[in-house]
Design a protein around this ligand. Structure first.
Ligand code: BG6
Length: 317
């Protein structure tokens, strides 16, 4: 007996290409013409387009597409750490590794497959990696595009080690925006945050919706399951729904830091905002044989929508 029709369909709709370094990319498409492109380098989502062909993720025009460094933009996976607290590279090694496509991953809930175009990716440490982070794990990432064009990333991390290990994780998501001064975030007001610009000192958000007029680099703690990024000029709202990921990082380097980054245009900070669903403040610990799941679903909708209106369409959040 073969695979179900849903599984067969999703495979038939996958398109494989290679980038100029010879690294495989997978293109997902939905019947309405939305698409997503995923690189096996870092399992990074490097493009997400709506059914009008508009790019929703920011990628710097000065991107360095060269292994092993992750390209600045899209959505990269920060694992097993966010930031640079250990001896590992900044934001962990997962974004700098070549992942593989997994044909028959352990099953997910049927809702995670039905009506979706998706690809399953896998990262396992090789001998060399264990020198830097001595924990055997399997990291499975499903990237899906739903029939309404939403982008869904489901991470499953399993401890196949003899000992417990801990990690933090973030979906480092660069949203494309018209102009940062026209953008606000709803859902983080009144929350506590750690300010990376003041040695991770803890503050409480005072204002209403979050707006931007200078550099920002914060980890908002225990944020709600649904956070919205409103682009006033484009009349577009990005809705971020998350599960298993209590924190939300907000980052924009602003003018001075932009100029200091080799792979970022001087003015590009105006066209992007990073809002990263994450588990940072409290590490996740897995005992041998345990598995953790964390997921995000991103929607780009006209600004008249709000999270409550979208709730009935949700499968699992
Ligand atoms: C953000 C962090 O998410 O990523 C910042 O909060 C960091 O502190 C930024 O500078 C970019 O990191 P990187 O390693 O991709 O240059």
């Amino acid at each position: 007996m073969g695979h179900s029709a849903a599984v067969w369909d999703h495979r038939a709709s996958l398109e494989l290409t290679k980038d100029w370094n010879g690294i495989d990319q997978v293109v997902l498409r939905n019947p309405r013409g939305a698409s997503a492109r995923v690189s096996l380098h870092g399992a990074q989502v490097i493009s997400w387009r709506n059914d009008r062909g508009e790019e929703l993720l920011f990628t710097t025009s000065k991107a360095i597409f060269k292994s092993p460094k992750a390209m600045r933009g899209g959505i990269s996976i920060c694992f097993p750490q966010f930031g640079n607290c250990h001896s590992l590279e900044q934001h962990g090694f997962a974004r700098n590794k070549i992942w593989t496509i997994e044909d028959d991953p352990p099953p997910l809930h049927p809702n995670d497959s039905l009506g979706k175009s998706f690809v399953d990716l896998l990262l396992k440490p090789i001998e060399e990696d264990l020198k830097f982070w001595p924990h055997s794990f399997e990291f499975r990432l499903r990237v899906s595009l739903s029939s309404d064009g939403n982008l869904i990333l489901i991470s499953r991390i399993r401890n196949i080690n003899g000992k417990p290990f801990s990690f933090s994780l973030a979906y480092h998501t660069h949203f494309s925006v018209s102009d940062i001064s026209e953008v606000r975030i709803e859902g983080l007001e009144t929350l506590d945050y750690l300010d990376n610009l003041s040695q991770r000192e803890r503050f409480t958000e005072q204002g209403d919706a979050l707006t931007f007029e200078s550099e920002i680099d914060r980890v908002y703690l225990s944020s709600p399951k649904c956070v919205a990024v409103l682009d006033h000029e484009k009349k577009r709202t990005y809705v971020i729904r998350k599960e298993g990921l209590p924190d939300m990082v907000v980052w924009n380097p602003w003018e001075k830091k932009s100029k200091a980054m080799a792979d970022f245009g001087d003015e590009e900070y105006k066209q992007m905002l990073c809002v990263n669903a994450a588990a940072i403040e409290k590490n996740i610990t897995l005992k041998p044989g345990e598995e953790w799941t964390g997921r995000i679903e991103l929607a780009a909708v006209p600004s008249s929508f709000c999270c409550d209106e979208l709730e009935p369409h949700l499968d699992y959040f």
